[in-house]
Design a binder for this molecule. Structure first.
Ligand code: PLP
Length: 343
């Protein structure tokens, strides 16, 4: 426990995870798994092994800002694909793959950070086929998949057609505790070997003590009941927030209704800037993430990411009421219709 251990991670934990993945329809052996210091570390290591300066990465628009930070450290450039309520618009992907020959496609398939949107089964299949045809690896980032509290389960992209071109990463941060800093990546052994070499120069291995505690907890069989409780709490808080938004946000704002995860994504009238609202909102003790941070190549000024998982019912209701008030005050200072003489 207190000695150096394998860079790949604690073998019994990897064996346990491989068995779980197989039960889920993902063919995996422990040699296909590396334990990382949170799934965030995997993003950095993937950048390290795949990307040279100016290499292109396909991302959803908007996408997880932490992935952009990791890939940007290796001087990646982004090819952004718009999203709707079924996730990435894969109808726009083929031309991009043909014309730009990207190195990676990065996608958050379940309850995305920041939008809360889940990619439909059909789009997952199209994405997998296109990526395979054009020989571009998919990085499927799935830290939220276990948190579904409404709608039907959709299989991972990794489980479609053997998933050999898909690198799946998962995390224990959203189901057990982010403080453990433990996640794992599932990939062909060639990729795992490169990740191992890259990780050796970073931290040699993730904390063995934490991995052993995690393994004991997983095999105690207590996780499913805990996750069930999380789902109930999050579903309830989502509903409280959605209900409050309906009552307090302006009629011309709209937002996503997530089936899992931690976030609601709101879009304010075109031309508004959520960044400009932030100081007023913070003065009222309400914080949110301005949406433009999640757009790889700029844009999204009128969007915001709201989190409902951490606050009490009372704070959600009061916070949304205050935020709605701030938005409405800004909307009233903002010309929603062009003056007649300009039309
Ligand atoms: C989509 C996504 N990927 C990766 C991470 C990193 O999580 P961790 O390093 O805690 O596993 C997060 C954290 O919020 C996330 O939302």
């Amino acid at each position: 426990m207190l000695q150096y251990n394998l860079t790949e991670g604690y073998p019994p934990l990897r064996q346990y995870l491989a068995e779980e993945l197989n039960r889920e329809g993902i063919a995996a052996h422990e040699n296909n798994i590396i334990i990382t210091t949170g799934s965030q570390q995997s993003l950095d290591l993937l950048g390290k092994i795949f990307l040279n300066p100016d290499d292109k990465v396909v991302v959803e628009n908007p996408t997880y800002v932490g992935a952009l930070q990791s890939f940007s450290a290796y001087q990646a450039q982004y090819l952004t694909i718009p999203c709707d309520d079924e996730g990435m618009r894969v109808d726009q992907l083929e031309t991009v793959l043909k014309n730009y020959k990207p190195k990676l496609i990065y996608v958050v398939s379940n309850f995305s950070n920041p939008t809360g949107v889940t990619m439909s089964r059909y789009r997952r299949e199209v994405l997998q086929q296109l990526a395979y045809q054009h020989q571009v690896p998919i990085v499927e980032d799935d830290p939220y998949g276990e948190t579904r509290y409404s709608g039907d389960h959709i299989p991972t992209i990794k489980s479609i057609d053997g998933g050999s071109g898909v690198i799946l990463q998962r995390s224990f941060s959203k189901t057990i505790a982010p403080g453990f800093r433990l996640g794992f990546t599932v990939a062909p052994t060639e990729v795992i070997n490169k990740l191992v070499a890259a990780k050796q120069s970073v931290d040699l291995q993730s904390n063995t003590f934490g991995q052993m505690v995690l393994y004991e907890y997983l095999r105690s069989g207590k996780l499913p009941a805990h996750v069930e409780k999380l789902r109930e709490v999050y579903r309830h808080r989502r509903d409280v927030m959605l209900d409050s938004m309906q009552r307090h946000f302006p009629a011309d704002a709209h937002w996503t209704v997530p089936d899992g995860g931690l976030f609601i994504w709101a879009t304010l009238p075109e031309g508004m800037s959520s960044l400009m609202l932030l100081p007023d909102a913070v003065a009222q003790k309400v914080a949110f993430i301005p949406g433009n941070a999640f757009f790889a190549n700029g844009g999204g000024d009128n969007t915001m990411r709201l989190n409902f998982s951490c606050a009490s019912d009372e704070n959600i209701v009061e916070g949304i009421k205050r935020l709605g008030g701030v938005i409405k005050r800004h909307t009233s200072q903002f010309p929603t219709a062009l003056p007649a003489f300009l039309i």
